[in-house]
Design a protein around this ligand. Structure first.
Ligand SMILES: [Zn+2]
Length: 71
């Protein structure tokens, strides 16, 4: 009898997804939040895109991304 079920942590997939771009490439990572924020500011200045910075559980660095709706 097999009692072991392969548990698939679906949430982890989402977390890792935050580390990669839609193209499947790793996102630019910044060591500090302020580095990420200045990069986000630059993107806003150049492209008018409003980016959020967040700490990545996958690589423990900071990325920028579009603001996520959490509702
Ligand atoms: Zn990451």
């Amino acid at each position: 009898m097999k009692r072991r079920r392969p548990t698939r942590p679906t949430k982890a997939v989402g977390r890792v997804a935050s580390h990669f771009t839609r193209e499947g490439l790793p996102k630019n990572a910044y060591r500090t939040q302020s580095e990420a924020q200045s990069a986000a500011q630059l993107a806003w200045t150049l492209n008018g895109v409003d980016l959020d910075t967040y700490r990545c559980d996958y690589c423990n660095q900071w990325h920028m991304g579009k603001r996520w709706r959490d509702d």
